[in-house]
Write a protein that binds this ligand. Structure first.
Ligand SMILES: [Zn+2]
Ligand SMILES: [Zn+2]
Length: 274
């Protein structure tokens, strides 16, 4: 078992070959595929969230035709970069989407103090709104934190009880920070950055994370792991991320992949046999 806990399959980078990318992800490893069990595709604004839901529903239909079990699930929300687009209408739209059977989480939401593509006050406002929504609809929240460890942690601590804890995606920060996230009942998702030789802080976190709290992700089309660094990322490549983590931890790769996959199912409350 292997799951990509965070990809953006709806983005234009996949417009030319989306189906081939999905087929490669689910194809067996000995046939050159990623051997994935599931992909969680994440919306970045209302329109993208709609597409994420469509893609997950289309996959269910396709599966019925070709007797494939590997499935795609959607998370709906607005990325901090797009926080400036959030209106009452957006929140209503995301809430409505969250009723769909294939929607397993709310996000991604949080703070991005690195690029600040939306004003910081709008990022906070949207973050609060989506935390509230995750509590209201009882779906786990997917957190984006870039250059905002302390700020995100402060919000998650202050608002504890009002949201449904979920996943800190593309984890960045040291082990002390990771421990605080674990204390708030979050799972921690490890990106392809772990394959970069210089990512010592992340290597340390990966070494120490309990095996029942670790997830793997691509964040495709971004952040491709070695040996694809700098190229377009895709869900099949999550295997390279898991392999690197297994080596750092001294775990058997297949065993770690299975543990992380089960964690992902648990984090998103997915029942594969539904
Ligand atoms: Zn993100
Ligand atoms: Zn993302």
């Amino acid at each position: 078992m292997l799951i990509d806990s965070h990809a953006h399959l709806d983005l234009p980078q996949f417009n030319k070959d989306r189906e081939a990318v999905i087929d490669r992800a689910f194809a067996d490893v000995d046939k050159g595929g990623g051997g994935l069990t599931a992909i969680i595709t994440i919306g970045i604004d209302l329109n993208s969230s709609k597409k994420a839901v469509e893609i997950s529903n289309q996959n269910t239909e396709a599966n019925q035709k070709i007797e494939r079990n590997s499935d795609i699930y959607a998370v709906v929300g607005v990325h901090p970069h797009d926080a400036k687009t959030v209106t009452k209408n957006t929140l209503d739209g995301i809430k409505e989407l969250s009723n769909n059977k294939k929607v397993v989480g709310i996000g991604e939401t949080g703070l991005d103090l690195f690029r600040k593509l939306s004003p910081v006050d709008r990022q906070y406002k949207a973050f609060y709104d989506f935390l509230d929504l995750s509590g209201e609809v009882e779906l786990p929240v997917v957190i984006h934190d870039r250059e905002a460890n302390a700020e995100v942690l402060k919000v998650l601590t202050e608002r504890r009880g009002s949201y449904t804890p979920g996943i800190i995606h593309c984890f960045s920060g040291d082990w002390e920070h990771a421990k605080k996230c674990l204390d708030l009942d979050f799972y921690i998702s490890i990106p392809g950055v772990v394959t970069f030789p210089k990512a010592k802080e992340l290597h340390d976190v990966v070494k120490r994370l309990p095996s029942n709290k670790i997830l793997f992700e691509t964040d495709a089309p971004f952040l491709a792991p070695v040996p694809f660094r700098g190229k377009r990322n895709e869900p099949a490549y999550v295997r390279h991320t898991a392999m690197a983590a297994a080596e750092i931890r001294g775990d058997f790769p297949e065993k770690l992949m299975e543990a992380a996959a089960l964690n992902t199912l648990k984090a998103f409350r997915i029942d594969l046999f539904d």
